[in-house]
Write a protein that binds this ligand. Structure first.
Ligand code: HEC
Ligand code: HEC
Length: 337
């Protein structure tokens, strides 16, 4: 069992929801753009119709034509809709479908072969690139980490040599260093919080990162990548303390379920247990990760995963992230390897 990317390769089909008639499901609904739209003349209710398809037929419209889909997703919205605007969309009841439309563009934003018409990477995708570098720049750049552990890393904290060179290993998935979840690992001053650095100018942050005593942590990174990282630290952090309060996400799991079923199941499956590798010690179960490593889960949901075909949902506001996390925590957290 492996995660199959839904990077759209059809000119119409955006995503596919199984009807759970069999395991693996054989029948489902293809959600396409633009949808078939009908209006109930009595109530005025607008209904979007999706064709029923057989698994793997993918609406019978797969054409391997990524460019055509990107263009379709950018087409003018049907006239009954308010202008394309994320905060508007997020209040709509057909949220999963609309998220998927937005997502189609995001998928291209980090695919290694950009669409031929060469869309500029948006700011959000640039920031999530910074988030992926922060997570593991060796995986992003494909360079080999030094064989020796980072001499600046606290002695006595057990991890692999390669991990001692990652930003996240000293600053944390919640960016709070020893003031956050890394405090359970060590109280070393090396586990320094970057929370006060949020909002500071990237130019200042670059200077601080390149100061003697920290510069050696930047091995293997180009000037451009350091710049991207500084922008991420300045504008890309989420406030963990606004999403988790008293150990619980402040979200509504039912709203989170909508997002999950709309955008995540096709890769992670309904139980969240489609195989993934994850970090050392992770179980291959989104329920497990959401319970035991919520900050890591949030960082990866917002920024994607280095060298993996995972989405970056940076456009979701913190409230929706809390909903999503609350739902993930309702998933079975056992099992997985
Ligand atoms: C070995 C641990 C370690 C690693 C790895 C590390 N840092 Fe740091 N970082 C620190 C410490 C400690 C400080 C506080 C200043 C100092 O002592 O140099 C700091 C300071 C900073 C600052 C300045 C903020 C401030 O409050 O002064 C930024 C920005 C920063 N780090 C970003 C990064 C990024 C991005 C990476 C990954 C490329 C990274 N760091 C890797 C330990 C680390
Ligand atoms: C295009 C397929 C795809 C979609 C859609 C997708 N993911 Fe992922 N996801 C992945 C892949 C691939 C990984 C990395 C697996 C690995 O590390 O081996 C991943 C990793 C993750 C991780 C990190 C797990 C860890 O411990 O490292 C989380 C959390 C996650 N996904 C949540 C979500 C959520 C929530 C959604 C929906 C909002 C979603 N994913 C949608 C493919 C996808």
């Amino acid at each position: 069992m492996s995660i199959s990317p839904i990077s759209p390769t059809s000119s119409h089909c955006i995503y596919w929801v199984s009807d759970h008639t069999a395991d693996p499901p054989t029948v489902g609904h293809c959600h396409r753009f633009p949808p078939g739209v009908t209006v109930n003349p009595e109530t005025g209710v607008i209904v979007q119709k999706f064709p029923t398809t057989e698994r793997r037929q993918w609406c019978g419209e797969w054409s391997d034509d990524a460019e055509a889909l990107a263009a379709a997703a950018k087409m003018p919205r049907p006239s009954f809709e308010a202008p394309m605007n994320v905060s508007n969309l997020l209040q709509r009841s057909d949220l999963p479908f609309l998220l998927a439309c937005l997502m189609a563009l995001h998928v291209f934003a980090f695919s290694s072969t950009p669409p031929a018409h060469g869309a500029e990477p948006g700011e959000a995708s640039e920031i999530s690139r910074g988030g992926k570098l922060y997570d593991n720049h060796w995986l992003v750049t494909g360079k080999q980490p030094p064989e020796q552990p980072n001499p600046l890393f606290p002695v006595g904290v057990k991890t692999t040599a390669a991990n001692t060179w990652r930003c996240v290993s000293c600053h944390g998935w919640d960016y709070s260093g020893r003031a956050g979840e890394l405090g359970d690992v060590s109280k070393s001053k090396t586990f320094h919080s970057l929370r006060p650095a949020a909002g500071r100018s990237p130019t200042t942050l670059i200077k601080l990162m390149q100061a003697p005593g920290h510069k050696d942590n930047l091995q293997g990174l180009t000037g451009g990548q350091i710049d991207t990282l500084a922008h991420f630290v300045s504008t890309g952090q989420f406030a963990f303390s606004a999403i988790i309060v008293g150990g619980k996400p402040v979200g509504d799991p039912l709203l989170g379920k909508d997002i999950f079923e709309g955008v995540c199941v096709s890769c992670h499956q309904a139980d969240g247990k489609a195989y993934f590798q994850g970090e050392d010690g992770d179980r291959s179960s989104l329920g497990w990760v959401a319970h035991n490593r919520p900050a890591q889960a949030l960082h990866k949901i917002m920024n994607g995963v280095p060298s993996a075909d995972m989405l970056s949902l940076r456009f979701l506001p913190e409230k929706r992230l809390a909903d999503l996390l609350a739902y993930l925590q309702t998933l079975d957290d056992k099992g997985g390897q």
